[in-house]
Design a protein around this ligand. Structure first.
Ligand code: LHQ
Length: 263
């Protein structure tokens, strides 16, 4: 598939989306936003795509908004950043979080500003040992967006969330793993292979059920215990009517390897 600012392919059940503006550390301009949006739609709609893997080309994962697009010249009219968020970032974060597929993010290098929070909207985050996370917003008078103010305190607790957001210091991948911000650190040289291995494994699994799992865990952060029990009942009902459940049980009884189709 031909895009200018991203690379996108679907192979072995894995939709691979790689941000590709390496000279600008894969920071987002409007054109890259629209390409990412289109690729996410393709991943969502294509029956061949069972897992989404998001990563970046070059030495950075993503440096957030391309600031040369949002530079405020003296005397110029002040920009409406709320509009950028409404038009670009919030739809991106919702699309990742609501994707009915497991979403893996392989953070290949520095992740700053919105680029540090986009991985947190994914389901499994791997990071190269040399990668880092920077809530850079405070350095330019902004607040963490792309869901950061919601996700950070839930993942690392309020004390660490405030330190990250108010100081904007660089958090190493290893510290991010220790704090529970991400799932796993891997050696730089093996990041892409490890992420693809994980993605290809998940693509052979009952991905319809996996999508229901992520939905239920995401919802649990806002639900009471009773609401969550009711959601589990409803989603288990859906899971139990899937072909994959039938196949999983038959394969178990017949002592053979199941062949899941993701429906
Ligand atoms: C960049 C950028 C960049 C353009 C590196 N833009 N060129 C939402 C709604 C609307 C508007 C506002 O924002 C938002 C959300 C946000 O994301 S706000 C936060 C925006 N991001 C930042 O503030 C991070 C800015 N970047 C940095 O602090 C550094 O570049 C980091 C710490 C990421 C990496 O530092 P270094 O490894 O030392 O690399 P570098 O600074 O030398 O950058 C390499 C090149 O990439 C350089 O260009 P050049 O032509 O000099 O080689 C940078 O200008 C360019 N670049 N980030 N966001």
């Amino acid at each position: 598939m031909n895009f200018e600012h991203i690379l996108f392919s679907i192979e072995d059940g894995v939709a691979l989306l790689s941000l590709n503006r390496p000279e600008q550390l894969n920071s987002f301009n409007a054109a890259m936003h629209s390409e990412v949006r289109e690729a996410l739609m393709l991943a969502r709609q294509s029956p061949e795509a069972r897992v989404l893997l998001l990563t970046g080309e070059g030495r950075g994962f993503c440096a957030g908004q391309d600031l040369s697009d949002r530079n405020v010249a003296p005397g110029a009219e002040m920009p409406d950043l709320g509009q950028s968020i409404e038009q670009f970032y919030n739809p991106l974060i919702r699309a990742l979080r609501d994707m009915p597929l497991p979403v893996i993010c392989a953070v290949n290098g520095v992740a700053a500003g919105a680029g540090a929070n986009i991985p947190l909207a994914c389901d499994l985050v791997l990071a190269a040992r040399s990668a880092s996370f920077i809530q850079a917003f405070c350095k330019i008078g902004l607040i963490p967006d792309s869901g950061g103010t919601w996700t950070l305190p839930r993942l690392v607790g309020m004390a660490r969330a405030k330190a990250l957001a108010l100081l904007g210091n660089r958090l190493s991948a290893e510290q991010a793993e220790q704090w529970g911000l991400i799932y796993q650190v891997v050696d730089d040289a093996s990041l892409r292979d490890e992420a693809l291995k994980l993605a290809r494994h998940l693509a052979t699994q009952p991905t319809y059920g996996l999508a229901l799992i992520k939905r239920s865990l995401n919802a649990s952060l806002n639900n009471s215990f009773d609401e969550q029990l009711e959601l589990e009942r409803d989603l288990q009902r859906l899971a139990g009517r899937s072909d994959d459940y039938r196949e999983g049980v038959s394969a178990f009884m017949e002592k053979r390897t199941p062949s899941f189709k993701g429906r």
